[in-house]
Design a protein around this ligand. Structure first.
Ligand code: PLP
Length: 394
């Protein structure tokens, strides 16, 4: 008998995986399941980026690199922050990791102690609370529903602050809600943070480039540069360049924090894949128009999904402002059809409408489902018709 550590047993297997496994099982049985569960672009990595990876292999760039990334890539990250975000960092303030996920994991391991509190606005990306728990800290969830556009207010954050609060996580554009915080909203949050100098700000800007509407991307440091000494910015190439499998993310922030994160990485995974680093270098320094092509497709699908979803009785959504997800309030459907919760609805849609969606419970927002529009317009059209037909049966 080898019982799990207390740390690990505190972590739940994600409900996303349950649906994914069930969808795979039904497909194996020959069922034609449309998956709207994907958390990654449906596009291929652009050719010039793939070529850089191939070149790296051929040139023998296949050995260990510096733990924190090759100097060229760190410089490219510095340049990217300057170019896209008007933020100044030195290479010593940058750590390249195996995905944005590892950047965040390193950060929590490096800074959190048992009992520390981390404020996480919900709906949230599935991994934040569990990664916080793996660092033996306590996730403090602050919820925003559809009426607040799925965005928490500065007042709610103020109310969640205690003397144990160590971090606030901001994720805009947001997975799963598609919400984008405006400069004004971030200013209000910044004024709360000024009253709590012990709190570190973590911004997860993974969807920075996937802007679908009229709210431009803003990092809190753009409106509150005085918070520079206590903000860590996390980003990566996964979503912007359709590079989820290459596993390259990066973080930038105060040097001592980045050094502590590097220490965690040096004793766990060491450098991220050398080949992927050269591909990411080309992604950041090469032509950027590949992003526009993807974003144009996401915009078209967003419009379609928004209109179509709101035609279905009991479903309500907002047009996503960013990322590639539609987050749907299904409380009306739950009430009219007698489903116990969003998990039961998602299971029923999978079994009987042959559409895989992710229950909102996975994101700390019961009563919702997330559908990804990282799939073709045709698939979206068919999937939403199947859902409507199933819910309107007899
Ligand atoms: N942050 C958010 C909000 C995400 O949705 C994801 C991926 O789904 C990540 C971070 C991690 O991305 P990666 O580890 O692929 O860089």
């Amino acid at each position: 008998e080898y019982p799990q550590s207390k740390r690990v047993s505190a972590v739940q297997p994600s409900p996303t995986l349950v649906i994914t496994a069930k969808a795979a099982e039904l497909r194996r049985q020959g069922r034609d399941i449309i998956s709207l569960g994907a958390g990654e672009p449906d596009f291929d990595t652009p050719a010039h980026i793939k070529a850089a990876g191939i070149r790296a292999i051929e040139e023998g760039k296949t050995r260990y690199t510096a733990v924190d990334g090759i100097p060229e890539l760190k410089q490219a990250v510095v340049d990217k922050f300057k170019r896209d975000n008007q933020l100044d960092f030195t290479p010593a303030q940058v750590l390249v990791s195996s995905g944005g996920k590892q950047s965040l994991y390193n950060l929590f391991q490096a800074l959190l102690n048992p009992g520390d509190e981390v404020i996480i606005p919900a709906p949230y990306w599935v991994s934040y609370p569990d990664m916080v728990k793996l660092a033996e800290a306590v996730p403090v969830i602050v919820s925003a529903g559809i009426r607040q556009g799925f965005k928490v207010t500065a007042g709610q954050i103020a109310d969640a602050m205690t003397e144990r609060t160590r971090m606030l996580i901001l994720n805009s554009p947001n997975n799963p809600s598609g919400a984008v915080y405006t400069a004004r909203e971030l200013e209000a949050i910044a004024s709360v943070l000024r009253r709590h100098p012990q709190v570190l700000i973590v911004t997860d800007d993974m969807y920075e480039h996937i802007i679908l509407d009229d709210v431009p991307f803003t990092n809190i440091l753009n409106v509150a540069p005085d918070l520079y000494e206590r903000t860590v910015v996390c980003n990566g190439v996964s979503k912007a360049y359709a590079m989820t499998g290459w596993r390259i993310g990066y973080a930038a922030g105060p040097e001592p924090i980045i050094a502590a994160m590097r220490k965690v990485q040096s004793q766990s995974t060491s450098n991220p894949c050398s080949i992927s680093q050269y591909a990411a270098l080309e992604a950041l320094n090469g032509p950027q128009d590949c992003i526009d092509v993807m974003v144009a497709a996401f915009r078209e699908r967003n419009e379609f999904v928004y209109e179509r979803v709101n035609q279905i009785a009991g479903m309500k959504s907002l047009p996503a402002k960013g990322a590639f997800y539609s987050f749907i309030d299904v409380n009306g459907v739950l009430a009219s059809h007698g489903y116990a919760d969003d998990i039961e609805l998602a299971s029923d849609l999978l079994e009987n409408a042959e559409v895989a969606v992710v229950p909102g419970t996975a994101f700390g927002a019961p009563g919702h489902i997330r559908i990804s529009f990282a799939t073709s317009l045709d698939a979206l059209r068919t999937a939403l018709s199947r859902i409507e037909r199933h819910l309107n049966r007899d």
